[in-house]
Design a protein around this ligand. Structure first.
Ligand code: ADP
Length: 538
């Protein structure tokens, strides 16, 4: 027997009309452009009409290559309203991966801001499926020449009159396409459904999640091109929070200007961004007053960073875990009211527990479940309403028969579902058959006042299989040396975790999302150790 309730599609296109009705006066700020949810909704309707005039139909794929601006946000909502699919290409990819992902997505229409255009022109010959180009600028800023087909100005598109929208698509229809960064092979496409975007937003904006409300001002730091901007384009209008879009420049001084100038109460992003802001605040002896909460994910925020925000600035930090395949993410580190301070602090160093709608388990090499006892390490798997079932244009399912998706992470789960990732499986250090957590070593190292960045990798060892080696970047002017660092580290870790060597480098290789490129770091460390090894006597 079916229920007798109304059956509205959980379509993303319903979000902005709701915000227009309820929160029409609430601001959306993007550089010098100040809109409201009311005016944004009108622009989105005109953009949708402009897209229809360009021939975009339900199910069509269009690509955008842009930073976090109102125009990119409008594309998010207009394509969703039309039932078209927005492929959010990543401007931080190199030319080969960019050409590959745009080609693989198969869109005929490219929306690029002027930075995006600069990236596409050198690969224009390889973008053979692109038949039309819309530059995200006003007509006056249009370049005199353009190597991409049929360029028009975005603002000219908005001159279209409002036109009726098609009926909302099936909630299982595709809304957005985002590619993994492809550190282990070709990028793979995660094709997010309307339902996945809506359910993940509804779950993650709750008090056990980002705790968003109408009194918040959200600074959208996570790029809209990765994991749908962690859901900010949907959650902020759903709750009526003022939305601030920072564009390309995420320099600490600019972030601080936006936070203070716009009254930002909440932001999200990778820990490196927030470490940069913290250093800037310390250098200027500036104390934050309005910012209440920072969500950090993408990599593990070092406890020293979490502590500094909480103690020096009264900002609550919420670590969170997600991957391209999990839409906007699955777990957050929000301690329970019953957790004593020591446990609460330990939980903040982990990746949290799943929000409603997501589920984790841990398995051994043979796929057998590992007990969730907080200490047994296994391969973490995830499933849930917004977890990928298969990759775009790939034959094989991404999961096993029960829907479990391998995350590539190893770590522990405890009896309350809290997860602690110790490593990505491919970066793990195994010494004498036991795991050493590179994340934990790095987090400890970064707490040393002379250490700016830290990367731990495993190096082959005749007796133990692998031993950890630490690469450190000193803070400007610091003179820390290896023995002094090891003497400082030793009392904080088991004896066998102590790195075999400490190497000082100028910088660590990073991915487009600021994660340490471990494979490259391992090669560099191997070479540095070889160069430093005493030569064999002839
Ligand atoms: P890519 O795989 O292209 O680097 P993803 O966003 O898919 O980009 O990365 C997902 C991975 O990022 C996770 O599998 C995990 O290793 C890491 N990650 C994400 N959030 C956290 C976190 N809070 N702590 C530790 N690692 C994290």
């Amino acid at each position: 027997m079916l229920g007798l309730m109304q059956d509205h599609s959980l379509a993303v296109g319903s979000v902005l009309p709701f915000a227009e009705r309820q929160f029409g006066h609430v601001e959306v700020v993007s550089g010098a452009t100040r809109l409201t949810y009311g005016s944004l909704a009108g622009r989105v309707r005109r953009l949708a009409a402009g897209l229809v005039a360009l021939g975009v139909r339900p199910g069509d794929m269009v690509t955008t290559l842009a930073w976090n601006t109102h125009r990119q946000l409008e594309l998010f909502h207009a394509t969703a309203a039309l039932g078209a699919v927005l492929h959010t290409a990543n401007p931080r990819l190199g030319p080969d991966q960019l050409a590959y992902t745009i080609g693989h997505a198969g869109s005929g229409l490219l929306f690029a801001d002027l930075d995006g255009l600069a990236l596409c022109e050198p690969i224009a010959d390889r973008l053979t499926r692109i038949k039309g180009t819309v530059l995200l600028c006003d007509p006056a800023a249009m370049p005199a020449a353009c190597r991409l087909p049929d360029p028009i100005s975005y603002d000219a598109l908005l001159e279209a009159a409002d036109a009726p929208l098609p009926p909302p698509p099936d909630e299982r229809a595709a809304a957005y396409l985002c590619y993994t960064s492809g550190t282990t092979g070709l990028p793979k496409g995660a094709l997010y459904s309307h339902r996945a975007c809506m359910l993940s937003s509804l779950s993650l904006m709750q008090p056990n999640g980002w705790n968003l409300g109408a009194d918040d001002v959200v600074l959208a730091v996570p790029p809209l091109f990765h994991c749908v901007g962690w859901g900010v384009p949907f959650m902020a209008p759903m709750v009526g929070a003022k939305l601030v879009l920072p564009g390309r420049d995420l320099d600490p001084a600019r972030l601080l200007d936006l936070i203070e100038g716009e009254g930002v109460t909440m932001s999200l992003g990778v820990p490196t961004i927030w470490q940069g802001l913290l250093d800037h605040l310390s250098a200027r002896n500036h104390r934050l007053t309005g910012l209440k909460c920072l969500g950090m994910g993408g990599s593990a925020p070092p406890p020293a960073l979490v502590d500094a925000y909480q103690k020096q600035h009264g900002v609550r930090v919420i670590p969170a875990w997600g991957m391209t395949e999990t839409t906007i993410g699955c777990s957050l580190a929000v301690p329970l009211a019953s957790d004593l301070p020591a446990r609460a602090r330990a939980l903040m160093a982990g990746q949290g527990r799943p929000v409603f709608g997501a589920e984790f388990r841990s398995v051994d090499e043979a796929g057998r479940p590992v007990p969730p006892d907080g200490t047994s390490i296994g391969h973490i798997q995830v499933r849930g309403h917004w977890v990928a079932a298969r990759y775009f244009r790939a034959g094989e399912p991404a999961t096993d028969a029960d829907g479990w998706l391998p995350t590539g992470d190893i770590g522990t789960l405890d009896g309350q579902g809290f997860m602690r990732i110790t490593d990505r499986a491919k970066d793990a250090i195994k010494s004498g058959g036991e795991w050493i957590s590179s994340i934990e070593l790095e987090n400890l190292a970064i707490a040393h006042p002379d250490v700016a960045e830290a990367g731990a990798v495993g190096m082959p060892h005749a007796k133990w299989g692998e031993r950890p080696v630490m690469a450190l970047v000193r803070c400007p002017g610091a003179t820390l040396d290896g023995p002094a660092f090891l003497a400082w580290l030793a009392p904080q870790i088991p004896k066998w975790w102590l790195p075999e060597s400490v190497l000082f480098v100028d910088s660590l290789p990073r991915t487009p999302t600021a994660k340490i490129r471990k494979a490259e770091l391992r090669d560099r460390v191997r070479q540095l150790l070889k160069d430093a090894a005493p030569r064999e006597p002839r």
